[in-house]
Design a protein around this ligand. Sequence first.
Ligand code: MCA
Ligand code: AMP
Length: 484
Amino acid sequence: MGVPPDEVRGRVALRFGERSLTYGALAGAAGALAARIRGAGRVAVWATPELETAVAVTGALLAGVAAVPLNPKSGEKELAHIVGDSAPDLILVAPGAELPSVLADLARLDVDASAASAASATGAAPAAEVSDADPALVVYTSGTTGPPKGAVLPRRALATTLDALADAWQWTADDVLVHGLPLFHVHGLVLGILGPLRRGGSVRHLGRFDTEGVARELNGGATMLFGVPTMYHRIAEALPGDPELAKALAGARLLVSGSAALPVHDHERIAASTGRRVIERYGMTETLMNTSVRADGEARAGTVGVPLPGVGLRLVEEDGTEVAGYDGETVGEIQVRGPNLFTEYLNRPDATAAAFTADGWFRTGDMAVREPDGYVRIVGRKATDLIKSGGYKIGAGEIENALLEHPGVREAAVTGEPDADLGERIVAWIVPADPQCPPAAAELADHVAWRLAPHKRPRVVRYLDALPRNDMGKIMKRALVADA
Ligand code: MCA
Ligand code: AMP
């Protein structure tokens, strides 16, 4: 982002509730922040759903400094891991935000959303010396075991993915996006905030998602909606009794779902009530966006469309052979390459190397088929120890480790089971230390929420005398799920 031309300066770029910033004001605030942080190694961003988070990330991009968005609801253990691993020089926060004690040693810089930089007032470009390969963001994402890993996303990945989406979605400066996603993940931050800014369009953030906010904004001039399947499920549930919501969706230019599969039943309920089809796109923190149903293509429920411009995509069978034909039946792992990819997992050369094939393709771990016309249909996931709940990726291993730190837990296993609202819900299987006095489910949920994050808490706890194990002593999770 440079200094906006005069015809753009007065246009609203960002709106969060009652507060908004024009492009001119955003250039001023982000420029002033950039001047203060230029030269820093990395900065953490306390990513509350507020104007200041958008200003902080824009300022970091202007300064050429990598930003590490933090979930403000993360627990102590998770925050300690992320700041220990990414070693930010300072943390950017909205004025008045209270930081947990685990961050007390970090230098704090309050973001002033009303600041105006001298450079932006005079029209001088404040851009730093940067290269496309420089890191823009470090986004933490869960794996099957261990703590989350920091995916280092270069500036070129952000730019190419947003331009590819503009092509696929006919996304322009006239679009006004509404979303209520969190700002510490790719979906809400890169697509939801940086996307409209790159187009010169506008975004209205709801603060927190609810169907009333969606209806109000789409009926009030917004043109696009981004959400995770849980949000569209809640919309589908509300539609029969909410004509304002039906009118709002019917009038939208584009309804986009992503981060997990949107069940066909929800697709169809929304289409029946509004006459509009939700389109899906498929991405990952490490790859940004890989495929999408195009605005000018057929919105086929249950598919994630075709590869985006610049993205190489192949399906590979277990034995390493590439699925040659598009027969709609042969399942292979999705592997991708292109300028949209991350460069590495921070401080984890082992994990980075393991994520790529010898010939340089990234292994997504998602299993899919390709239909005769090239549409990709995701059919499952390689790792059973990854759970997608509410659109969040959650590793079973990190929850098991947290549960084992509770004194009342002797053994723990975590699985996901189908949930109409969340897609999957987290189930904890517990062998209590004292069978006479097992820890209560709510206590274990609080324990995980407090150490890791509320969305990682088990929604169901089941108590056992022993976990089923094979001859090697490995927990047989499939047996657990089968017994449920
Ligand atoms: C409940 N809460 C608790 C506890 N129980 N807090 C502490 N301890 C507890 N024991 C609080 C929660 O923090 C939350 O607070 C409120 O109670 C409700 O919690 P919950 O039921 O978990 O939330 P929900 O209402 O069910 O949330 C549904 C949601 C959410 C809004 C759809 O799951 C969501 O925002 N998902 C988006 C995930 C996402 O952006 N994924 C993108 C990553 P409060 O109400 O204050 O919040 S994937 C990605 O980026 C890739 C690239 C891609 O493809 O997109
Ligand atoms: P994350 O690691 O949180 O970035 O989540 C990435 C994962 O979300 C992918 O590997 C997929 O499993 C899943 N995902 C994202 N979009 C879709 C979609 N439209 N349909 C099915 N799964 C999706």
